[in-house]
Design a protein around this ligand. Structure first.
Ligand SMILES: Cc1cc2nc3c(=O)[nH]c(=O)nc-3n(C[C@H](O)[C@H](O)[C@H](O)COP(=O)(O)O)c2cc1C
Length: 180
């Protein structure tokens, strides 16, 4: 059976560079694996008093059905966008039994700036580790100056496509080895 990678973008905007990175990952992923974008925009703000909404149940089912998770995130104010953190918080409950627990995860980032989302990646790692999520350690992938490398929702820059292909060639076997 194919190795299924669920993909979450930290940006909800239609022309997001990070969503484009994931769309391109779906094209470049090695044979025997799939990358499927998941739109979690209907997940509400976390509130422990809520009966679990259907949107959260659907998100959890998608996470539980995946072999691995790939997150592409922008950097917001030196950190992780609130929408992404909120969705991850839902998936982390109950603690160490939530849908994300143990799900092997890779982090990539893209930004119009030349920092390329580096600080967001550094903040997201310990957040995931707190949830009992193994994080792919190497290689790292940052796309700085994304405006010149992404067009019409896809990565067009050939060197960047090559870096993404190499990342996936490392990431997919690592996911399989983790064997959630
Ligand atoms: C609220 C907000 C805060 C931001 N803070 C940073 C930041 O601290 N560092 C940075 O490099 N870019 C920052 N940016 C720029 C975004 O990272 C950049 O626009 C990125 O391309 C957005 O990702 P997207 O194209 O996937 O939507 C910020 C953007 C927003 C909306």
């Amino acid at each position: 059976m194919a190795t299924s990678i669920l993909a979450l973008s930290g940006s909800l905007r239609a022309a997001s560079y990070n969503t484009a990175l994931l769309r391109t990952a779906a094209e470049l992923v090695p044979d025997g694996a799939t990358v499927t974008l998941y739109d979690y925009r209907d997940v509400p703000l976390y509130d422990a008093d809520l009966d679990k909404p259907g949107s959260v149940e659907a998100f959890e089912a998608a996470l539980r059905g995946a072999d691995g998770l790939l997150i592409a995130t922008p950097e917001y104010n030196y950190s992780v966008p609130g929408v992404l953190k909120n969705a991850l918080d839902w998936a982390s409950r109950p603690a160490y039994k939530g849908a994300i627990f143990g799900l092997p995860t890779g982090i990539v980032s893209a930004s119009g700036s030349f920092v390329g989302g580096a600080r967001a990646q550094q903040h997201l790692k310990p957040i995931l580790l707190a949830m009992g999520v193994p994080v792919f350690p190497w290689p790292e992938l940052l796309v700085g100056g994304a405006g010149g490398k992404i067009a019409d929702g896809h990565v067009t820059d050939e060197p960047t496509r090559g870096f993404l292909r190499s990342y996936l060639e490392g990431f997919v076997p690592w996911v399989v080895k983790q064997g959630r």
